[in-house]
Design a protein around this ligand. Structure first.
Ligand code: WT7
Length: 650
């Protein structure tokens, strides 16, 4: 980006919080201002009041070695104790997880059940010689044993490194080798859309090239046959069979590492993001309570992300369990056996809080209202979104069709690196605007700056920066502290640069505009992908859109759009012209796509983000770049063919 980012999309809809919701909300008006008076003190209060410490911290922030900040350095804590032991007196029989297997079986784990499973597995890990500071790779599907394994690691000070179960053996190799994991915890197969995913076989392929691994622990999930290597591989059930139900939690320092989680960004070798104990849990527990307005004795909470991503780490495992939540874990695909699976689960379990991603919401829009329409969703009282900018029209659809126009929608901006939610409405305080993550949470601060680092006045766009440290922040990139400084702290020295573009409106609300690498430069104007995509999605025929800037002799870059239509709509020349006009009239002629291609799907990462980089390659007739994180490989070929035949130029 060479100059300021255009502010094209104007959104005038606003939804003030419902007075009844406000009265009962966990976070009350004034909290932002109170926290701001003494933000370090605010975070120390959250740490001491929300968590149980063996030794409560006296120190807040240590900034002597910035940007390697440290929080609550003298505190002594155990996260599995916070998630389990301390709830046993009051809530041993309370359900921690309702688990629903893809084929239809269910399991219920109370806090006592979970405590017992975690202690037994922690003892089992110790019996294999694992100790504080070692690293365990977790390569599993959405089974209760995944949180069990994470908490067992946390209990004994072993660092966990979860690798999403949708990744290949190749990705697993890199991640095991980088973290030098000594054990891999996996399962025979995982269920996904009615098919068995061979996690153990993938692990075998990986472990042939990972010298650090001594043992592989294998959970029986589907029961289909797998090869076991004598002396190396051990069945989970056999390993825990003789273990004690009690396991003394390790006393850990607040700054001891908790986990490594790899994030690939758009390009390059995956970065092993390191999170630590005390600061991480403080912010995750605080945000889980405030943003979702979570009430432990009333809510049935469902974060429908995968536990293998940071969203699952923070908001399926550590945050909810610290806050004594009853959560849903669903194992499989949202369209199995039919497109109404999620809505059926919400009806069956009377789910009150749902947290999902724009990519999922746009799929629901594409599938049509018929599916949610089959079920009673009246138990829902709050909806959340995370992962990408949510197009205002998708926000409105979510609020109307899923939320029955009754539920606040919280659009939460954060990253693997931030560890916890950073910018989000608070449902009892904030008037929401569709498409805006609104403002930083209490105790946090952010700004929008131009390329010189100067704050951009309200109404303008530029680079998002986080301008002071926060408790759940990444501490480093595993094995590469220089890359940590270079990637996040060099562009605007002293401030954290997440890599996203943003604008602020006249009310100071933040609007996330996508990755700055994707920003288009058309006739000297910096145009965000998000705004043009949102303009396309605001047309009633469109479910999802991706735009990229492709080289153009006349304008530098020209906007190329890829559009997926809703339900039964067919794309034709008339619709093409209509969409181009629609963008022109919604946000201005400069943003009209030069070409539009209708496609059934878009290339996405395994976490559901649109991979615009590949669409750029297609648009400029280039060989495709790195496709290792691509989830749906067939789709790029399909799009390339469509682009060659149906693309229309003005
Ligand atoms: C990137 C981080 C945070 C958990 C899931 C993704 C984008 C995330 C939003 C949002 C606009 C968002 C950003 C960010 N992003 N949430 N509410 N609005 N953009 O974690 O894989 O580390 O990705 O996702 O571009 O930088 P991640």
């Amino acid at each position: 980006m060479s100059s300021a980012l255009e502010n094209l999309l104007q959104e005038n809809r606003s939804f003030p919080p419902d007075p009844a919701f406000v009265r009962a909300a966990n976070a009350q008006p004034g909290i932002h201002e109170q926290a701001e008076e003494d933000w370090k003190g605010y975070w120390l209060d959250q740490a001491v009041n929300r968590l149980s410490w063996f030794e409560a911290p006296q120190q807040t922030l240590d900034d002597t070695n910035a940007p390697f900040y440290r929080w609550f350095t003298d505190g002594v804590i155990n996260l599995s104790y916070n998630c389990l032991d301390r709830h046993l007196d009051s809530s041993a029989e309370k359900v921690a997880y309702h688990w629903i297997g893809e084929p239809g079986e269910t399991r219920t784990l109370t806090y006592r059940d979970l405590y017992r499973e975690v202690c037994r597995f922690a003892n089992a890990l110790r019996s294999l010689g694992l100790k504080k500071g070692d690293t365990a790779a977790l390569y599993m599907g959405m089974v209760p044993e995944l949180p069990v394994a994470m908490l067992a690691c946390a209990r004994i000070g072993v660092i966990h490194s979860a690798v999403f179960g949708g990744f290949s053996a190749e990705a697993l190799i890199d991640r095991i080798n980088d973290a030098e994991s000594t054990v891999v915890i996996t399962q025979d197969f995982a269920w996904r859309a009615g098919k068995e995913v061979p996690l153990k076989a993938n692990t075998d392929n990986a472990v042939a090239r990972t010298p650090s691994v001594k043992n592989v622990i294998v959970l029986r999930r589907t029961g289909s046959e797998v090869a076991m290597t004598e002396g190396r591989d051990i069945w989970w059930d056999e390993l825990v069979a003789d273990q004690s139900d009690e396991c003394e939690p390790e006393r850990l320092m607040a700054e001891d590492p908790l986990y490594i989680l790899y994030t690939s960004g758009t390009t390059g070798k995956p970065k092993g993001i390191v999170h630590t104990q005390g600061g991480y849990l403080t912010q995750v527990a605080t945000s889980h309570s405030q943003v979702f307005d979570h009430k432990p004795d009333e809510d049935i909470y469902w974060c429908a992300a995968d536990i293998g991503w940071v969203t699952g780490h923070s908001y399926i495992v550590y945050g909810p369990l610290t806050n004594r939540a009853t959560s849903i874990i669903y194992e499989g695909a949202p369209n199995f056996p039919d497109f109404d699976r999620l809505w059926k689960i919400i009806e069956d379990y009377k789910v009150t809080i749902l947290y999902t991603a724009p990519t999922a919401i746009r799929s629901f829009m594409k599938w049509g209202e018929e599916y949610p329409g089959r079920h009673d969703l009246s138990s829902l009282r709050l909806l959340g979104s995370v992962g990408e900018p949510i197009n205002p029209e998708a926000w409105m659809w979510y609020q109307r069709v899923i939320g029955g126009e009754r539920c606040p929608v919280v659009d939460t901006w954060w990253q693997t690196e931030t560890g916890a939610i950073m910018i989000s409405p608070l449902p009892g305080i904030t008037s929401t605007k569709p498409g805006s993550a609104t403002r930083p949470l209490p105790g946090l601060s952010a700004d929008v700056v131009d390329e010189t680092g100067a704050s951009v006045p309200l109404g303008g766009g530029g680079f998002l920066v986080i301008d002071r440290p926060w408790p759940a922040m990444a501490r480093t990139i595993h094995g590469d502290p220089d890359r940590f400084v270079e990637t996040y702290w060099s562009r605007f020295p002293g401030r954290y640069f997440p890599g996203d573009g943003a604008k602020r409106d006249e009310d100071g609300y933040f609007w996330l505009l996508g990755r700055v690498d994707d920003i288009m430069l058309v006739s000297g104007h910096n145009i965000s992908t998000t705004e043009v995509e949102s303009a396309l999605v605001s047309h009633p025929a469109v479910a999802e859109a991706a735009v990229v800037g492709r080289k153009d002799d006349l304008t530098g870059q020209a906007i190329a759009a890829f559009v997926t239509l809703r339900g039964q709509v067919e794309g034709d020349e008339t619709l093409l012209r209509e969409l181009r006009e629609h963008v022109g009239s919604t946000i201005g002629p400069i943003a009209k796509p030069k070409s539009i291609v209708f496609t059934n799907d878009l290339p996405k990462t395994r976490s559901g983000k649109i991979m615009r980089r590949l669409l750029r390659d297609i648009s400029e007739n280039r060989q495709l770049g790195d496709v290792t994180t691509l989830a749906n490989e067939a789709v790029v070929e399909e799009i390339a063919e469509m682009a060659a035949s149906t693309s229309s130029e003005e």
